[in-house]
Design a protein around this ligand. Structure first.
Ligand code: ADP
Ligand code: MG
Ligand code: ZN
Length: 591
């Protein structure tokens, strides 16, 4: 894959191979292993932690890509203790810094932060410590804004550097540098000057975002083209991945969710992610009415109330947090048993990160997405102006529509990882069901879609996905219906899937129009429409209806019998799933 090739490239560019970084005979090795146990109370290192620490201890630049909760912080906190001088940590959120500093204080490590709230005395004390070779301060946390906006602070760093006390620059959530990433922060761009100002200071970048584009961009922005790249696996073996079809009615979705929570996750802690603040409020209200202890969390909830809700959730007094993506970074509750997406995320990165807040304690946990075709357009109209916004949403749609492969395989491919499907251990809805796909040719149906779209454009009408479906089924505005086109004898759900795949394959595309109040997505013929019309491309649908031998008991030891019960295949549900494959046409970007 692309990522493998940059991983190879960057290690061949450097004079040493990765094996070397595995070793325990560096001058610092004994000290490292000793402090790991005595200070951090950690017995064994996780994959890539030792390599990363050895590279950064060798004063070389490094980027570590590791899933959230994997243990990135140790990779600079432990080296900070082994190095003389101060480690500067750039972190995007004050709350993240506070959490880390609290933990470090518990371990007896001197760490502090400088942010807008720091008093004059505090600033003075820190500035003294930066230059005092007898100071005990080991880690100094700052926001990128502090670096970008305070010339005075940059001047102090200059002095710290000249005094030989600037031991390392750590950039947490380093993907924030890149506009291609999912949470770009303009002030992170400023970090590009750090290598020039402080050439001797090794940079260590940490992130859970691994797309090739973002990594390449970050290397360029930070001026560290030859940095070492280490990547830990993105597989979380204890997470069960599942996609459910979201009913069209809000109340119906809620009652399904309530039943799910009652049956599978009774008295268990979880998160329900919503698309908007309003949605999160409505879902919270409904869940409460059904007797579920739920709390709402989004950006417009007053700060005090937010931390109250967070704390009650941490103490299991609130069981379910219903939140927007504002509930994110830095959440480190170990026993989150489920993450449900009431609406799809805007990218696979987001979906993976949000889902990944489940099961930090390595116990079995479930990550469930409620997918509904109409939700795709809610997202696409929000993000289409972003550079990769639309591709990101389609990535999620592709994940949800794909019934032909292991969910883990889709995730691994997204993160550029090789995947052996036998490793799933039936921990996804695809591997854990007893049906398999059967392809059927639906080229004719696909052509019908194009006929409806063509007629609309020939008569100067715009057509949304909803109107297209109605016209196809013979409902709605007469002018959009096509004379002589019989309504298909296929369920609405299947028709939606066909249109979804046509979008993914470029047979149709979205066309966005602004109104004074919102943005509307219309469907128009795509770049490959003519291939389908001429039947040089075909659409094949995969129905999930063949029986295969029942899966044996899940081999994951954490699986409780009760949590299995709900995973039995539902004939009705699986029957409605289908998958389109294009033959004779290159499988476009998502395959
Ligand atoms: P990340 O920044 O990668 O999301 P953190 O650095 O916050 O993750 O670490 C998550 C948790 O894992 C922390 O509670 C940390 O103490 C723990 N941890 C890190 N490394 C190890 C290890 N080698 N063994 C056991 N626990 C570890
Ligand atoms: Mg972290
Ligand atoms: Zn699987």
């Amino acid at each position: 894959t692309e990522l493998d090739s940059i991983l190879r490239q960057s290690s061949s560019k450097s004079d040493d191979n990765d094996k070397k970084w595995d070793k325990q005979d560096f001058v610092w090795s004994n000290n490292l292993l000793e402090k790991m146990g005595s200070v951090f109370n950690i017995q064994t290192l996780r994959p890539m932690q030792l390599q990363t620490m050895n590279v950064t201890m060798s004063s070389k630049d490094c980027m570590l890509i590791m899933p959230t909760g994997g243990g990135k912080s140790l990779c600079f906190q432990l080296p900070a203790l082994l190095s003389k001088g101060i480690t500067l940590v750039v972190s995007p959120l004050v709350s993240l810094m506070e959490d880390q500093i609290m933990v470090l204080e518990k371990y007896g490590i001197d760490a502090t932060k400088l942010d807008a709230s720091a008093s004059k005395e505090k600033v003075k004390a820190v500035q003294e410590a930066m230059l005092d070779k007898n100071a005990s301060l080991k880690l100094l946390y700052v926001t990128p804004e502090k670096l970008a906006k305070s010339k005075r602070f940059m001047a102090k760093l200059e002095k710290m550097y000249q005094a030989g006390r600037f031991s390392r620059l750590v950039i947490d959530e380093v993907h924030c540098c890149s506009q291609w990433g999912h949470d770009f922060r303009p002030d992170y761009k400023f970090l590009g000057i750090m290598k020039r100002q402080f050439p001797e200071v090794p940079i260590l970048g940490l992130t859970a975002t691994a797309t090739t584009k973002v990594l390449e961009d970050v290397k360029k922005i930070l001026n560290i083209p030859n940095c070492h790249l280490f990547k830990a696996s993105f597989n979380r073996p204890n997470l069960f991945y599942e996609v459910k079809v979201k009913p069209s009615a809000f109340k119906e979705t809620i009652s399904e969710m309530v039943e799910l929570i009652d049956k599978r996750f009774r008295n268990k802690s979880g998160i329900v992610y919503c698309f908007t603040q309003k949605e999160s409020e409505e879902v919270t209200k409904e869940l409460r009415q059904h007797g579920i202890k739920a709390g709402c969390y989004h950006a417009n909830i007053p700060t005090k109330q937010k931390s109250q809700i967070h704390e009650m959730w941490l103490a299991d007094k609130i069981l379910v947090i219903v939140a927007t993506v504002a509930f994110g970074m830095g959440i480190d509750k170990p026993n989150v048993r489920f993450v449900i997406h009431h609406s799809i995320s805007k990218s696979m990165e987001n979906l993976y990160q949000e889902s990944g807040r489940a099961g930090r304690d390595d116990q079995r946990s479930d990550c469930i997405v409620y997918y509904r075709f109409a939700d795709v357009f809610k997202q696409s109209t929000m993000v289409f102006t972003e550079q990769t916004g639309l591709d990101n949403v389609y990535g999620v749609m592709s994940y949800c529509l794909d019934i032909s492969k292991c969910r883990r395989a889709s995730i691994a491919r997204h993160f550029g990882e090789l995947w052996d499907k036998s490793q799933c251990n039936k921990m996804c809805d695809h591997c854990n069901k007893d049906t398999e796909g059967e392809k059927r040719d639906v080229t004719k149906l696909g052509k019908n879609v194009l006929t409806i779209i063509d007629q609309a454009s020939a008569t100067d009408q715009r057509i949304t996905a909803l109107k297209l479906l109605d016209a196809w089924e013979g409902k709605g505005a007469g002018s959009l219906k096509v004379r002589g086109l019989d309504p298909p004898k296929v369920s609405r759900d299947k028709l939606e899937r066909i249109i979804g795949h046509m979008l993914l394959q470029g047979f149709i595309r979205e066309d966005f129009h602004f109104t004074p109040y919102n943005t509307i997505s219309y469907l128009v013929a795509g770049a490959k429409a003519n291939f389908l019309k001429s039947e040089s491309a075909k659409l094949a649908v995969e129905f999930l209806n063949k029986r295969r031998s029942l899966p044996t008991q899940n081999s994951n030891t954490h699986t409780s019998p009760s949590s299995q019960s709900d995973h039995k295949p539902l004939a009705k549900q699986s029957d409605t799933k289908l998958k389109l494959v294009v033959i004779n046409s290159e499988n476009s970007k998502f395959s």
